[in-house]
Design a binder for this molecule. Structure first.
Ligand code: 4NP
Length: 172
């Protein structure tokens, strides 16, 4: 049976431009939820706090790193809409502290806002002190590869938190 929007768990990934980090995170989480047969229970999206790239496809390097890992990175960039996003999404996941501050200043409920790397199982400190996902836009070399690996690890941690753990657990 199809699930209505209100019944789904809303997850919104937020970065600055919505063409590099947050669309990759969105694509990875959707991919993993599909693998687990749980996608219908979730409403996953991404946005940027800035407006420069609204309407654009992801950065070609983001599409490419997704392809290399079998993940379809294809969402169209949009800007954060505080009027609807803070109702629709109860998990609002910022890629770095600058975007987290922007979300809080825009009125996001503090308890709904998280730093992406706080979900990385490798992060052992306080959630509020998790490192930023580095902005790969101006990076050269393997910047996007490193960002993909970081986002993939954090998504695995998120899936555990969301009660959508490893495929083997779900299949039992
Ligand atoms: P993102 O990367 O926030 O991960 O999408 C950026 C993309 C574009 C710009 C900055 C960061 N920009 O300044 O245009």
């Amino acid at each position: 049976m199809a699930t209505t929007d209100q019944n789904r768990v809303g997850v919104l990934f937020v970065c600055l431009g919505n063409i590099c980090r947050s669309p990759i995170a969105e694509a990875i989480l959707i991919h993993r939820l599909r693998e687990r047969g749980l996608i219908d229970q979730f409403d996953v999206d991404s946005c940027g706090t800035g407006q420069w790239h609204v309407g654009e496809r992801p950065d070609p390097r983001a599409i490419q790193v997704g392809k290399k890992n079998g993940v379809d990175v294809s969402s169209i960039a949009r800007q954060l809409d505080p009027n609807s996003d803070f109702d629709r999404f109860k998990w609002i996941v910022a890629m770095d502290k600058e975007n987290l501050r922007h979300l809080i200043n825009a009125g996001a409920p503090r308890g709904h806002v998280h730093l992406m790397c706080s979900f990385d199982p490798a992060h052992k400190g306080k959630p509020t002190e998790a490192p930023d996902v580095p902005d790969p836009y101006y990076s050269e070399g393997d910047g996007f590869k490193k960002v993909f690996e970081l986002l993939d690890a954090a998504c695995e941690g998120m899936l555990e938190k969301l009660g959508a753990g490893p495929v083997s657990e779900v299949e039992q």
